[in-house]
Write a protein that binds this ligand. Structure first.
Ligand SMILES: [Zn+2]
Length: 233
């Protein structure tokens, strides 16, 4: 048996059977029953005429928000531009949620803290944020980049203020390394466009709306260097 490298998406693992050449799609939730990265796993070929076992390796360990972005490259090739917009917005929402967990809980965690306190803070943060849509999450993210908040309790007290749209002329208060990105995020219409695609007119976007960097709408898929800069926050 040889190890077969795979192609991985957020939901699925794609692997070619070494015996029959069938291109198998294994859904992480349904077929593999795990969301852990697959470093090595024996799977059964889904081709009924084969059903032989082979080993898959080489899953990605990227965080969820990056997986949503990576999935866009295939969607883009297939001209599923509406799905690109949904995925990119979902990537942002997942990133914002992760940012709050890191900034407000993990970043201030010390070895002297007990884990119950950490878990209580995570639960409290989840309770505060579970109904927030893209616009609210974006406002909070930018406001915290302009003026950091320490801890979930302080965040809870300031929450209503942080939900308000940040003033564009105050954006220069963010770290200069990410100023350009924050400005583009602030000016982005991706949340509104996602609403047009999903909720209202089932809008079908044009390729240019994905490609057009100058509009500031699409922040992640077209500029991987900027994505790396964002990680430094
Ligand atoms: Zn097979």
């Amino acid at each position: 048996m040889i190890d077969k490298p795979i192609s991985a998406t957020y939901e699925n693992i794609l692997a070619e059977c070494e015996h029959c050449g069938c291109k198998n799609i294994y859904n992480r939730a349904t077929d593999l029953k795990t969301f852990e990265p697959i470093s090595g796993l024996d799977v059964v070929c889904l081709n009924e005429a084969c059903e032989k076992t082979f080993r898959i390796i080489g899953d990605t360990i990227s965080p969820a928000f990056e997986m949503f972005i990576f999935d866009c490259y295939e969607l883009y090739k297939l001209k599923h531009y509406a799905s690109c917009i949904i995925n990119l917005t979902q990537a942002w929402e997942t990133f914002f949620a992760n940012f709050l967990r890191v900034e407000l809980v993990y970043k201030i965690y010390t070895v002297d803290d007990d884990l119950d306190k950490v878990n209580k803070n995570l639960v409290k943060l989840y309770g505060l944020s579970k109904t927030w849509a893209f616009g609210t999450q974006r406002n909070i993210f930018i406001n915290i980049c302009m003026e950091p908040v320490v801890g979930v309790d302080a965040f809870a007290k300031k929450c209503n203020q942080l939900k308000k749209p940040p003033q564009r002329n105050g954006l220069s208060r963010v770290n200069p390394e990410i100023y350009g990105l924050i400005k583009r995020l602030h000016d982005s219409g991706i949340g509104e466009l996602r609403n047009e695609v999903v909720h209202k007119n089932a809008y079908r976007p044009h390729k240019d709306e994905i490609d057009n960097l100058n509009s500031g709408r699409f922040l992640l898929i077209t500029n991987p260097n900027d994505r790396q800069s964002l990680h430094k926050t």
